[in-house]
Design a protein around this ligand. Structure first.
Ligand code: APR
Length: 241
């Protein structure tokens, strides 16, 4: 039997990177790395206190670039699947880390931005950044200081790549959500968009999130993600007849 699926969309959230050492967002204390989200993840927070916001993302950037942070078997399993699957595959992540690309994923969209990028507030041009960003860092396009901000989608801002994402969701026959609480719009509604064309929907998460997917598998991402995608590949590679 060949895999019944020809077009697969996968959405990942903070849960896939938890075992790589990056904290998830919705811990019981409601803080993101000890900061209230409205201070460090809203345009208003940035206007109020830019140095605090720069320093917060500098710390996140240093963390991502540290030797301890590496892709885990869940990231690797998704990259392997993408390379071996002969249908269409799109990976959408809400994560701002670079662990999917480090694992080898290619057709990847970061809908909430990327910690290793900064953006000019005048031109909207995006640049790579590995060093610390401070208020007087000179912008590479307009050559003036004070115009740069982290290339992160903050609360109240529009997620990136939404046209491409909606199109892929409406055309897919399988949608899989991994390690996301389903608390943040619009990603929380992706499984309903996928249902417009009757896609199968699957949730792989540590614990139930209350979303009505067709199928749920619970456990650590490093275990359930490789098991699920190896199973799918086995159906792709099984001899016909
Ligand atoms: N394996 C699988 N799932 C896990 C693991 C793990 N090892 N650890 C935690 N989880 C699950 C949690 O149970 C939870 O359901 O991952 C989910 C993480 O949820 P959130 O912290 O809410 O992260 P996410 O859904 O990615 O948040 C969405 O919110 O704050 C914003 O922009 C930020 O992109 C983020 C968005």
């Amino acid at each position: 039997m060949r895999s019944p699926y020809r077009s697969i969309v996968v959405l990942t959230g903070a849960g896939i990177s938890a075992e790589s050492g990056i904290k998830t967002f919705r811990a019981a204390d409601g803080l993101w790395e000890n900061h209230p989200v409205e201070e460090v993840a809203t345009p208003e927070g940035f206007e109020r206190n830019p140095p605090l916001v720069y320093e917060f993302y500098n710390q996140r950037r240093r963390q991502i670039l540290s030797k301890e942070i590496k892709p885990n078997p869940a990231h690797t399993a998704l990259a392997k699947f993408e390379h071996e699957f002969d249908g269409t595959f799109l990976l959408i992540t809400q994560n701002i880390d670079n662990l999917h690309e480090r694992a080898g994923s290619e057709n990847l969209l970061h809908m909430h931005g990327e910690i290793l990028k900064m953006r000019c507030r005048n031109s909207q041009l995006v640049f790579d950044i590995h060093e610390d960003l401070v208020f007087d860092t000179t912008c590479r396009c307009c050559r003036s200081a004070g115009n740069l901000r982290p290339h992160i989608v903050w609360f109240g801002e529009m997620p990136l790549h939404m046209n491409q994402i909606n199109q892929a969701l409406q055309q897919c026959d399988l949608f899989v959500a991994i390690g996301t609480s389903g608390n943040v719009y619009p990603a929380s509604g992706f499984y309903q968009t996928a249902k417009i064309r009757s896609a199968d929907t699957v949730e792989l998460n540590l614990e139930p999130t209350g979303s009505t997917f067709d199928e749920h598998k619970y456990g650590q991402a490093s275990v359930v993600v490789p098991a699920y995608f190896e199973g799918l590949l086995a159906t792709v590679h099984a001899p016909q007849g």
